[in-house]
Unconditional design. Sequence first.
Length: 217
Amino acid sequence: MEYIYNEMRERNTLLVNKDGIKYDKLLLNTNPDNRLCLAIFSNIEGLHLDNIYTELEIVNSTCLYYSNNSIPTKGTLHFTLMQLIGFNNFNVLNNSRILEKILPILKELLPLKIKYKGVILTPTGIVLCGYPDKNINEYRDKIRKELFDIIKEPYHNNICHSTLCRFTGEVDIKKLKKIEEKYRYCDFGEVEIKSFNVGYGTWKLNNYEIKVLYNDI
């Protein structure tokens, strides 16, 4: 996983240097977001994020921050195992078939422990680097095999990240790079995921705007 994150960091550094950031003003809207995806996800809490939150808010208070509170001005901190249908290809499918195929795989994966260490600056935000205690890509491949004819992933997810913040306006890139470097090896703690939600989620993934199809895994 470390090799993957090193490559991801180098690639995103080049993108930020070349094209700057890409911000999403729609995330500032306090109304429910109608942009949806179909995903497997779990809310997480208990990480030590106060210091980096404080520094990021000084740099840009208009970022959308992900926390444990499901409120309109923030997103809910979470781990997404994978998007089955991405935002750009979203449509309602045969949910019973999807659940029938993937529930046994998810039950086999759980419980899952993830240690979070380090951050990466991307054109759209800052992500936390997660290190799982199981080979989650093996389980992702099992799901892809079962749903090969209907799955429409926006990208081939092979990492274990959680989004810390998304940009909603112009930011000071130099200051963000300093924060990235400062917290590159920071230990933010560990979480244990005991259940997954399968359902329609938004970019914020707040409780009042998602539709969970199954959450007792």
